[in-house]
Design a protein around this ligand. Structure first.
Ligand code: ADP
Ligand code: ASP
Ligand code: MG
Length: 403
């Protein structure tokens, strides 16, 4: 008997018919003798709809109440799925975050699952029941409902797999698996059969939302293999696991992009030791994540320009800090929000020379200007104008043999 965690994302539970469809998937699994814990997302669009409602009341809606509101999306799916299974004569029950409980630490909207009580649910599984758990949420030690970040049902699934000691963790979604790039944007994208945790972590952190990055991080930390597969086809999905078992025939495994970055240039700062530290220290204290940094060469040996990127949501906060911090002197601040980050990821890059040059040459052949660059062992990211994103992904996908 195998214990399985099956996670169903928003599109997979987007309508009553789809919920009935996944009830059949679960029924089949259960009748094959498996113990099933289903983790569900809110129906597609529901979480955004709830956010919009809160914005109608206030754009500074109380964080505690926002978590109460947003967690309700998953609660609806739990009840509907449980009802659908009961209708199929399968023993099933939903558990709300506080009933289990799913304990979290950290602030509202960005909490982290630290533990769950397994006793009642394990008993229910032993009694041949299907347990249904809401993704994306938990409760704090004060008893307040918390949510764990957008896309967080993936992280719930991984946490459930770990805490319940499951044999498998399957992520059911609206595409056949993890592709070399977003198959909804680039139809020639190819499904990847297996991918390492490290590469998947880079891809998801750099914008491939098929898996939430903190879920991948937890899976990597505790060595919990994952499988991403489709709710709507029976095709084989993508296996995500530790690196040893993977052969790298290609230097690049995938191309990712995101449009949540913004570029800021601080013009005319003094060219002397300590200036960069004076800029980035208050940003770090304010929890603003700086991604790429470029310091231009000073032409007059007195002043220089510093360019860096932050998350688009942090741009106002960043400018406010730069303006109010007395230690930072400059002539002007320029910002550019119409940028995108395009990245290539591949563990095979380590052993292949010339990847960097090929990427830059390919972009230049397309007339795409690189505004900033960052690299790590297995990834290379560039910031470019947002309207060139698709052209850049297509070109990189082709030249690195991914089509
Ligand atoms: P779910 O609601 O099931 O969690 P998401 O919408 O969060 O699903 O993630 C699935 C989506 O991720 C796909 O529909 C696809 O458009 C997008 N995506 C982006 N990059 C990739 C990639 N490299 N491989 C597969 N899907 C990707
Ligand atoms: N419903 C949440 C969201 O839309 C969590 C999830 O779907 O994973 O972000
Ligand atoms: Mg998702």
């Amino acid at each position: 008997m195998v214990k399985k965690v099956l996670k169903f994302g928003g599109t997979s539970v987007g309508t009553v018919e789809r919920i009935q469809h996944i009830a059949h998937i679960i029924k089949k699994e259960q009748l094959s003798g498996n113990k099933i814990i289903a983790v569900v997302s809110a129906m597609a669009g529901k979480t955004n709809e709830l956010i919009n409602l809160s914005n109608e009341i206030s754009d500074e809606f109380n964080k505690r109440e926002l978590d109460v509101l947003l967690s309700s999306g998953e609660q609806i799916t739990c009840a509907l799925l449980s009802g659908a299974l009961l209708k199929l004569k399968i023993k099933a029950q939903s558990w709300m975050n506080w009933q289990i409980p799913i304990l979290t630490e950290g602030e509202h909207a960005n909490a982290r699952i630290v533990n769950m009580n397994t006793e009642k649910i394990n008993q229910f599984l032993d009694d041949k029941g299907v347990a249904i758990i809401p993704g994306f949420q938990g409760i704090s030690n004060k008893g307040d409902i918390t949510t764990i970040g957008r896309g967080g049902s993936d992280a719930t699934a991984v946490a459930v797999a770990k805490i319940f000691n499951a044999d498998t963790c399957e992520i059911y979604t609206d595409v056949d698996g993890v592709f070399s790039t977003d198959p909804n944007k680039i139809p020639v994208a190819k499904k990847i059969e297996k991918i390492s945790f490290d590469e998947m972590l880079e891809l998801s952190s750099l914008g491939a939302k098929v898996m939430q990055s903190s879920a991948v991080q937890t899976a990597m930390m505790y060595d919990i293999p994952l499988e991403v597969r489709s709710t709507f086809t029976e095709r084989k999905g993508t296996k995500i696991f530790s690196q040893e078992n993977i052969d790298y025939t290609k230097s690049v495994t995938g191309v990712a992009y995101s449009k949540d970055d913004a570029k800021i240039t601080v013009i005319g700062v003094e060219d002397k030791p300590g200036v960069a530290a004076n800029i980035f220290e208050p940003l770090s204290k304010a929890q603003i994540n700086v991604d790429m940094v470029i310091q231009n060469i000073s032409s007059d040996q007195k002043t220089t320009d510093i360019t860096f990127t932050v998350k688009r949501d942090d741009i106002l906060k960043t400018k406010k800090i730069l303006k109010n911090e007395s230690k930072i002197n400059y002539k002007q601040i320029i910002q550019n929000e119409k940028v995108a980050k395009v990245s290539i990821v591949g563990a095979g890059m380590v052993s292949t020379p010339g990847v960097t040059y090929r990427m830059f040459r390919a972009l230049s052949d397309e007339g795409i200007n690189i505004l900033a660059i960052s690299t790590s062992e297995i990834k290379l990211s560039v910031i470019i104008d947002e309207d060139k994103t698709l052209a850049a992904i297509k070109k990189l996908h082709t030249i690195f043999d991914l089509d």
